[in-house]
Each structure stands twice: as C-alpha cells, then as structure tokens.
Design a protein around this ligand. Structure first.
Ligand SMILES: Cc1cc2nc3c(=O)[nH]c(=O)nc-3n(C[C@H](O)[C@H](O)[C@H](O)COP(=O)(O)OP(=O)(O)OC[C@H]3O[C@@H](n4cnc5c(N)ncnc54)[C@H](O)[C@@H]3O)c2cc1C
Length: 509
C-alpha cells in the first residue's frame, strides 16, 4: 500500500473542490475522489454570496467567477396592483469589495474551481467511489472502487465527507442526520422568458405561494422556481405546466421558451448531529441540507471547507496542535444550525398555506414592502446574514480577545473587513497575517524577532500605518480563513505571544 495520505477528500462538488484547493495551498498530502464520471453540468446552486467571493480570493479565482457571472442588485416584487423595487445589498455591505449577489450556475462555479485545481496539478479522481471506511490504528483504511469494479485500499489520517446529502462518510462514521422533509414539491427550470426586465430578481406574490425568476445568465437567461400546485397532476415537468403556472401568478403575459433544464424536487431541512467523529469530518451538504431560500447551501459548504482545509493541513504537517481540529465543529456547526433556522423561516413565509401567513404575504406585504426601504436596521441585519458577511467566531475556543478589546473596528473572531479597501487583498497570501496598527515606529523589528522566531514562515507582518481598520494602536492576528484569531488594543504583545504559543507553536520547540 502507498504511504498514508494526510487527507482523503470524498466528493468533488463545490465543497470538495474548495477543500482540495486549500489543502493544496497549505501543503497537505491528499487525494480527492468522486464517484461521478463527470462534474455537474446542471445549474443547481445559482448564486455566490459576497463572503464566498472574498473567501475564494486567495486562490485567484474570484476574477474568473465575476467574469462569468451576473451581479444582481435589485428584487422586483410583483404585487397585484403594482411593482415594488427593492434594492439588494444596498446597505450594510460597505466593507466588502463584492456588494452584490453574483448569479452563476453551479456548473460554472465547479468549472472554475476544477480549472484552478488542474493548474495546481491536483488530479480530481472521477469515477472513483468510496465504499468502505475502517479505523486501523492511527489511520483509516478507505476502500475505493473504480469504474469497472477494480478496488483499491488507501490509508489516510483524516477523511472528509464532502459527499453530499446521502453521504457515505456520514453513514460509515455513524453520524445521525436529523430533520424533516417539506411536503411541497418544487418545480425548477432554466429557460428564456419574453417580457421580463433583465438584471433583476423577479418575485410574483400570490395566495398559492411565490413564483421566482432569477437572472442566471448561462446556460439560460432565467431560472424559474416555484411550487407544484397542490392539485396539479404529478407528471414530469413540461413547458405547458410551467406556462400555466406563470399565467396564474403573473397576470401579464410572460412567454416561456427554450428550456435547458426542467426538474422537480422535494426539499429537506436536516443537520448532522456532529461535524466530526474522530478522524471523520463532514462538510457541505453532507452536514446540512435545507431549502434554497437565500442561496445559502453551496456557499455555506464552500465556507465549511475553507474553515477546515488549513487546519487539517497545518495539523498534519505538525505545524499546529491537534486541538485545532476540534474548533471546526465549534465554529461551523452553529453556522449550519443558523442557516437551517433562517432558510426554514424564509421558506415558510414564501410557501405556507396557513391563512395568517397567506394574508401577510398577499395583503400585508404589498403595504409594507415600500416601508422596507426606510427600515434600515432590519435590512442591514438581513443583508449581513444573507451575504454571510456577518458570520463570526467570537465564541470559538480558538478566539482570544486581548486584555483591551479594540474600541472600534473588527474584534477577535470577526472576519477581517475589506476596509480600508484592499486590506483583504493585502492579507490574502497563504499563512497568517499579523496586522500592526498605529505609528510604524511603535513596531520595530526588534520587538517581533523573538515573537515570530520559529514561525516566520507562517506569519506575514503588515505595518498598516493609516491604512488600518482600527483607529487606535491595535494589533491583530488574521487566520488563513480571514478571521481574527486574536485582537488587542495597545502595543503590549504578551497576550499575542501566549496565543501564538498555544495555537501556532514555534517549529523548533
Ligand atoms: C435540483 C437541485 C437544485 C438546487 N438548487 C439550488 C439553489 O437554487 N441554490 C442553492 O444554494 N443550492 C441549490 N442546490 C443545492 C446545491 O446543489 C448543493 O448545496 C451543493 O451542490 C452542495 O455541494 P457539496 O459539494 O456539499 O455536495 P454535492 O454537490 O452534492 O457533491 C457531492 C459529491 O460527492 C460525490 N459522492 C457522493 N457519494 C460518494 C462516494 N461514496 N464516493 C465518492 N464520491 C461520492 C457525488 O458524486 C457528488 O459529486 C440544488 C440542488 C439540486 C439537486
């Protein structure tokens, strides 16, 4: 048998591809396998959130995603008598370079990530299924079956299940997947629509539910999404049925044509009981599935991966303590739970036949929608949540606030904002980034030599001067995933030294 791998990545959907990119960047030995012979060619997840665009910046793929995608900045709510235009992400997103929802089909997103891996000489082994896992001493023996039935045994220290809703890793690790299925069936189509204003999301509100058209761009201009009417026959989706539903909801003539993909599906709301069991980890749909409300699924999966990859790599290389691996569940399981709650609420409002919610959707919404423009506080909160920019790890065991917290600006556990603009690009290189704010003379080399001795290769130092997110003398340590592990006001470095000694010990000790 070949030498054991650090990590076996099971599944090459968006989550597995992102994980592989980060394992590569941080020098782990790994393989990535997927039982499908080809990557996804259907649109599936149709939008990338601002935080995901930021998180993918270190791999140099964000420009390519933007070039292929379609930013939308407005929702048009079509109500019985009028249309309300609601700006999307117009408030609360000043600290990102990507203040929009980028519409891009999952097939394109996977294509960009796959091309990146090819450039990095990572071979995505398709047509290779994980069939069995067994713990043998310090390693896991993983049985892989290739097309044609040839089997191979591979040893790995860690196995990450990025293998979707029906995860084999989850089942073999004995991790539960609790939740429920929604009773409704959904209809989805990528197609052309005559009569729709381009560049916006259109939502047609009715007693029966909501009909959405999203500006997908490619492989078709529009993604249509709605519920199958309760009394409609359970026949395969066709253009006639979709046109009939559109006519009922829209009131005006919208002509549907040239469908590229039409399907129906049931939705679930389920979360893994644990994100880790010994050497087994779960990420993406293997850990959480929910309704597509708010375009959170693929985004949360990619961000799970980018929380985990560098931890696995640094621990495997002996550059960080094993304790880091426990922080994955501590940091990501609360995010997964809050996505399940949020999408469930949004889904209920959009689909419920309960008379009160129906009344709110059809009668109250028309009156309240224009007021939403004035409700800046809830809109800001909503946009920070949906964009995933509000995710923080303040309560993580690996987050330490110094003796004096920064008065303003990001705190320990927060994502480093892109404010002043360019700060994220400056800190997007591999490794950790020590940010030193205040007069550069305060931060002479002599103060840093012993602090960084033995970890110089992993920590980049930035004397920010006036180009700082903080207004006072402050120092902060940014982790490889762009979150501050440590932040403290003032120039005393003892707290930071203790943090580094615990979480990033010097190599020669
Ligand atoms: C019809 C449809 C519509 C959707 N619409 C939306 C939407 O509008 N918005 C949204 O956010 N999300 C949507 N999604 C969900 C979105 O596609 C997922 O959230 C996303 O694909 C999750 O990525 P993942 O990498 O975690 O899992 P997946 O994309 O499911 O990838 C898992 C991979 O693991 C592989 N695999 C499974 N078992 C094994 C095994 N034993 N060995 C080897 N490989 C294995 C599979 O072949 C697959 O390639 C939709 C999904 C579907 C099916």
């Amino acid at each position: 048998m070949a030498a054991p791998l650090d990590v076996l990545v099971v599944g090459a959907g968006p989550t597995g591809l992102a994980l592989a990119a980060q394992l590569r960047a941080y020098g782990a030995s790994f393989r990535i396998v997927d039982r499908s012979v080809d990557r996804v060619r259907e649109s599936r997840a149709l939008a990338i959130q601002p935080r995901t665009l930021e998180a993918l910046t270190p791999f140099g793929v964000t420009g390519e995603l933007m070039g292929r995608g379609n930013p939308a900045i407005e929702v048009r709510m079509h109500l019985p008598r009028h249309v309300v235009q609601l700006p999307l992400f117009d408030i609360g997103l000043a600290d990102t370079a990507y203040p929009f929802l980028l519409f891009l089909s999952q097939a394109e997103t996977e294509s960009v990530l796959s091309e990146h891996l090819l450039d990095q000489d990572v071979d995505v082994e398709r047509g290779t299924e994980l069939v069995h896992l067994e713990r043998t001493g310090a390693f896991v023996t993983c049985r892989l079956r290739r097309e044609g039935g040839v089997e191979e045994a591979v040893e790995a220290t860690y196995v990450v299940g990025c293998d979707g809703a029906h995860s084999t890793v989850r089942a073999q690790a004995g991790i539960g997947f609790e939740g429920y299925a929604y009773p409704q069936t959904f209809l989805l189509a990528d197609l052309e629509v005559d009569g729709l204003e381009p560049g916006a999301v259109h939502a047609y509100m009715a007693g029966a539910g909501v009909l959405f058209f999203f500006p997908l761009g490619s492989p078709a201009t529009w993604r249509m999404l709605t519920m199958r009417p309760p009394r409609a026959p359970d026949t395969p989706v066709d253009l006639g049925l979709l046109q009939e539903i559109t006519d009922q909801y829209a009131g005006v003539r919208l002509a549907l044509r040239d469908p590229v993909w039409m399907t129906d599906f049931r939705l679930h709301n389920r979360g893994a009981a644990r994100y880790r069991s010994g050497p087994f980890f779960l990420a993406g749909d293997a850990a959480h599935i929910h309704s597509p409300a708010g375009a959170q699924g693929m985004n949360t999966g990619i961000q799970d991966a980018l929380n985990l990859g560098w931890k696995l790599a640094l621990v495997s290389r002996g550059r960080a303590p094993e304790e880091w691996l426990g922080t994955y569940e501590a940091e990501r399981a609360p995010v997964g739970r809050s996505v399940l709650r949020f999408t469930d609420k949004a889904f209920t409002i959009a689909t419920s036949s309960n008379p009160v919610i129906r009344f709110a959707r059809t009668r109250l919404a028309p009156r309240l929608a224009p007021l939403a423009l004035w409700a800046t506080v809830p809109r800001r909160l909503l946009f920070r949540t949906v964009s995933e920019l509000g995710i923080h790890y303040r309560h993580s065991p690996a987050t330490t606030a110094g003796p004096l917290s920064p008065r303003r600006g990001p705190r320990a556990g927060d994502r480093l904002p892109d404010l002043p603009r360019g700060l994220q690009a400056r800190t997007s290189g591999p490794g950790w980034h020590l940010l030193l704010s205040g007069p550069p003379a305060l931060w002479g080399d002599e103060r840093l030599v012993s602090l960084l001795d033995g970890r110089n290769d992993l920590v980049n130092v930035h004397r920010l001067g006036d180009e700082s997110p903080w207004t006072t003398v402050t120092h902060g340590l940014v982790r490889p995933d762009g979150h501050l592990g440590y932040a403290a006001r003032g120039a005393h470095l003892e707290g930071l030294r203790a943090y580094l000694d615990r979480w990033l010990p010097a190599e020669h000790r």
